[in-house]
Design a protein around this ligand. Structure first.
Ligand code: KG4
Length: 339
């Protein structure tokens, strides 16, 4: 009999549902929330309300695209945390209600495990996957971590940001440039046309494998403020150069610690994940670094970089294989943990 897992993701501002049949992805539906654009960041209360509106049609579409009915499901996996509590509550409650109604098991998934395990989402049986242990650089709007992935569910954070996440750095600098939210993809696009060495920004000096991005952001802010003193249209006149230079600074910061982590752990496989892993410059820099160090780089397909339920469904499927299901009264959690 087929093993069919429905995955549900609602940790931030994307409502997503995916179906995995016997370990292969059958559907992955994502409803992104445009309601936050005018505020320049995710508004938690609006996110929860949008999840409420989206979740039923998103789940329904995921089941239809997979060509199955709810009654055929083996188990339901859901993102338990970390994330925005109100948003998580929508997905968690929906998954619980559905599992209870169908009389099938629930599997809780840590969102960060999901990002790391997105490399195990297979669209065809021939798709390759990384070998354990491997190192994962997780970079998104809310997270920037270096994770030592010993096995599918034994992961240790060996480096993390002490202030802003890498995606936040992209988004905040983009906001200063008057670009729409989220600004990361806009900087990526503009950077392709600019000179990455046009501007220099203060480099963080943080010990160990930890990251810091708030100094870069402040330095960027001062560059723009000072530039405007002599030219009120400074940003418009230097858009591509500013984008290329801040992107280079963020990438150099990321690569410095990644290189150190590869050397310290002796990792032979290096993966990246999270929204910022869609960035063309980041992808190129990780490929180059891995080639230079003789290790294998794993770059996720762009559609699996941002929040999606395919990664939740595959993590749920892997947990289910180990017999890990969860009780109906398990609450969601907001804070970052690798448990
Ligand atoms: O993983 P994700 O969807 O969820 C959050 O943690 O919010 O990541 C979203 C982040 C945003 O900060 C967005 O600007 C960034 O990923 N991002 C990018 C690119 N695509 C998305 N940053 C730089 N370049 C990109 N191409």
């Amino acid at each position: 009999m087929k093993e069919i897992i429905l995955g549900i993701e609602s940790s931030c501002d994307d409502t997503s549902a995916a179906v995995i049949i016997d370990g292969l992805l059958a559907s992955n539906v994502i409803a992104s929330q445009s309601v936050h654009e005018e505020y320049g960041g995710v508004v938690p209360e609006l996110a929860s309300r949008a999840h409420q509106q989206n979740i039923l049609p998103v789940v329904d579409t995921a089941l239809k695209r997979a060509g199955i009915t709810a009654e055929e499901l083996t188990a339901i996996a859901f993102t338990r945390g970390p994330g925005l509590l109100g948003s998580l509550l929508v997905g968690t409650s929906f998954a619980k209600g559905m599992a209870l109604g169908l009389g099938i098991p629930l599997v809780d998934v840590n969102h960060l495990h999901g990002h790391v395990l997105s490399h195990f989402v297979k669209e065809s049986p021939e798709d390759e996957t990384p070998e354990f242990p491997f190192l994962c650089l997780l970079i998104s709007g809310g997270n920037s971590q270096l994770i030592n992935v010993k096995s599918a569910f034994d992961m240790e954070i060996i480096g993390r940001t002490i202030d802003d996440a890498a995606g936040e750095a992209f988004d905040k600098c983009a906001k200063v440039m008057g670009l729409p939210y989220p600004g990361g993809p806009h900087i990526d696009r503009l950077a392709a046309e600019g000179n990455p060495h046009a501007f220099e920004f203060a480099k963080p000096h943080i010990p160990g494998l930890d990251y810091s991005f708030s100094g870069l952001k402040t330095s960027f802010l001062y560059t723009v403020r000072d530039g405007k003193k002599s030219d009120p249209d400074f940003v418009a006149h230097n858009l591509a150069d500013l984008a290329a230079s801040i992107q280079r600074a963020i990438i150099e910061t990321l690569m410095q610690k990644l290189k150190r982590a590869i050397k310290e752990t002796g990792a032979k496989h290096v993966a990246i994940g999270g929204g910022v892993s869609a960035n063309s410059g980041v992808r190129q820099a990780v490929s180059d670094l891995c080639e230079q160090l003789g290790v294998r780089a794993w770059l996720p397909p762009r559609k699996f970089t941002t929040d999606n339920a395919a990664m939740v469904a595959i993590a749920g499927w892997m947990r289910y294989q180990q017999g890990d299901t969860c009780p109906i009264d398990l609450p969601p959690f907001a804070r970052v943990t690798m448990d």
